[in-house]
Design a protein around this ligand. Structure first.
Ligand SMILES: *Cc1c(COP(=O)(O)O)cnc(C)c1O
Length: 599
């Protein structure tokens, strides 16, 4: 069969002839697109329209392509309309940071027009969880629309379409919005950024998410830097787009109906459990997984609704686990009996169902039921009102060809054990055994669900995926001071770094307490400065290290120093530290600020 093209344009000669893109008629945030559609199959013409939750040009054009595709797939226009409302914007550059007093700051001070304000408000909503939403907004200096009209529009959005509970306006004009806002939105106004800064004491904000959005001339970056946690200049920058890309890269290896469980244990491998969980929830993953109960409780307190599996639930936390709807991994009969008894004895659990996941030990020899334990397990479960959500196991060597025979034996054992439980109890819980490397190397064993960990965080788990995964995190420090050493001088503790000629060195704001292990000292590792690699010199200190920058004459105090990211890679750092990327990622200390970037 010959391939046939389908097209859209603003002229009549295409399948989807776009007639008009304008603001929604019902006043809601978004655009209305009307068109004449000619089916490529039967040539039937119809006049149709849709509403989309965007107004910027790129998103409109992307939406039109989706619209045409769905029309050609015979999806009814009402259904398309309904689904379009659920789309989220991705095309922008803003930063999400931890602020003072448990706040979250969205820094969007690069530009301000009404379109990007809408996108940023939507983004805030998706990240807010249980937090109150505050908008810090400057005058809108946009000359193509009259001022009054703009503020009327914004007021309408804030009143009807978004959940902002407070607005702080800065400038001479924005006060116009005051009389247009509904009473429940709190507000305050400042004539300029300086007066806002004077008033910014630490009690002004607490436990909220704050969108800082100002025209460039207001220089709101000063507001952001006051609200930000200023712990330490060394940052781990996490690219949210890359996380989404990696998730989708793995999903493409799977059948569409296979469920995805995402591992957010150990602070989401150092990337920050809450932000990663929020992002994954917005991508509709089926399950999140933590190692300990506290990690799960923290997610629930931030408003995460996705089911959460706890891999190693300890009895002391059973109460919190049930209160927050966390689902335990059950790995032994003793543990199951303890949990069951707790459930029975506690009046608060009366209306709740006990819901568990069974872990089978098929060769990992860590946690789990062995084959010899199954008879007693089945006997105990029979007739009890216990819901078994899933039965799973864990592969010990899924990433290495040398263990492939062992992996296959694990799968055979898993299947046999699953069948035995499933037949005896007449149930068919979700089956899952693959971790990231397993998905890449054994997609034929994906069963009903997979458990995605390290691959999401950008570490290639097979040679094939190396090209396809994006790097999600970049560890950055900066140059604190530069020194000229004379021949014969030494650097640092134990006089570890000796120089034999005149040498320029830089002191960098990262040490072993941040996660840069001592093993990287004495020139064994090199970092990136102004596009060139620079070796460590002498020992790594607790909070700092020194590097040789003799060959980088233009290096200056304040320059960014990349510890790992695109180059050098985390693999390079982990092999220098004599370990694996998992350990490097999870040992970047808390004092290293996490900054989230969405592009
Ligand atoms: C951590 C973990 C995973 C994820 O493994 P990756 O190699 O990071 O993909 C899957 N299953 C269990 C039981 C785990 O503990």
């Amino acid at each position: 069969m010959r391939a046939q093209g389908i097209t859209w344009s603003f002229t009549e000669d295409s399948h989807l002839f776009i007639q008009k893109i304008k603001e929604r008629k019902d006043g809601k945030y978004g655009a209305n697109i009307s068109a004449i559609y000619t089916s490529s199959k039967n040539g039937n013409k119809s006049e149709i329209e849709i509403n989309i939750p965007f107004v910027d040009e790129v998103s409109c054009y992307n939406s039109i392509i989706c619209w045409l595709t769905l029309l050609e797939l015979n999806i009814p226009n009402e259904e398309i309309n309904r689904r379009m409302q659920m789309l989220e914007i991705v095309a922008m550059r803003l930063e999400l940071k931890k602020g003072i007093q448990q706040t979250t700051i969205i820094n969007d001070t690069y530009n301000l027009d009404i379109t990007s304000l809408g996108s940023s408000l939507r983004f805030m909503e998706s990240q807010a969880g249980n937090k109150n939403q505050t908008l810090i907004l400057s005058d809108i200096l946009q000359h193509d629309v009259s001022g009054n009209k703009i503020y009327k529009k914004i007021a309408q959005w804030l009143n009807d379409d978004f959940n902002v509970h407070r607005i702080i306006g800065v400038g001479k004009d924005i006060i116009k919005i005051d009389s247009l806002l509904k009473g429940s939105i709190k507000r305050s106004f400042y004539k300029d950024t300086e007066s806002l800064l004077e008033d910014l004491n630490h009690n002004l904000f607490k436990d909220e998410i704050i969108l800082v959005k100002g025209a460039r001339s207001f220089r709101f970056e000063r507001v952001v830097s006051r609200l930000e946690q200023q712990a330490h200049n060394t940052v781990l920058e996490i690219n949210l787009n890359a996380l989404i890309h990696n998730l989708n890269t793995f999903k493409r290896l799977l059948n569409p109906e296979t469920k995805t469980m995402v591992m957010v244990k150990a602070s989401a491998y150092g990337a920050g459990a809450i932000q990663v969980a929020q992002l994954m929830e917005s991508q509709s993953v089926d399950y999140l997984t933590v190692a300990y109960i506290d990690e799960g409780v923290a997610l629930r307190l931030e408003g995460i609704k996705t089911p959460i599996l706890v891999l190693n639930p300890e009895a002391a936390g059973f109460d919190a686990m049930v209160r927050h709807d966390l689902e335990p991994e059950i790995y032994s009969l003793t543990q199951l009996k303890k949990y069951y008894q707790f459930f029975q004895e506690n009046k608060n659990n009366k209306n709740k169902k006990i819901s568990i996941h069974l872990m089978l030990d098929t060769g990992m020899r860590r946690l789990g039921f062995e084959e010899k334990d199954l008879a007693a397990l089945i006997l105990f479960l029979q007739g009890k009102a216990i819901i078994i959500q899933s039965i799973f196991s864990h592969l010990a060597g899924s990433d290495a060809a040398e263990h492939d025979d062992f992996t296959k034996q694990q799968i055979i054992r898993y299947t046999r054990m699953y069948e035995r439980i499933s037949k005896a109890l007449h149930i068919q819980p979700i089956r899952h055994i693959l971790n990231s490397a397993g998905i890449a190397r054994f997609p034929e064993y994906q069963f009903d669900m997979v458990r995605l960990g390290i691959g999401l965080y950008g570490v290639a788990v097979s040679s094939e995926l190396k090209e396809k995964l994006h790097i999600i995190s970049t560890l950055k420090a900066s140059i604190s001071q530069i020194k000229e050493l004379k021949a014969g001088e030494s650097v640092g503790y134990n006089r570890g770094g000796k120089v034999f000629k005149k040498t320029r060195i830089a002191t960098v704001s990262i040490g072993y307490a941040d996660g840069l292990a001592r093993a990287t000292g004495y020139g064994k590792y090199s970092v990136m400065v102004r596009g060139q690699r620079a070796k460590t010199i002498g020992v790594i200190c607790m909070d700092m290290c020194m590097i040789d920058i003799n060959h980088i004459p233009d290096a200056r105090v304040g320059d960014e120093v990349i510890i790992y990211g695109e180059n050098p890679t985390i693999k390079e750092l982990s092999s220098c530290m004599n370990t694996i990327p998992y350990e490097v990622l999870t040992s970047i200390s808390d004092r290293v600020k996490r900054v989230y970037v969405l592009e």
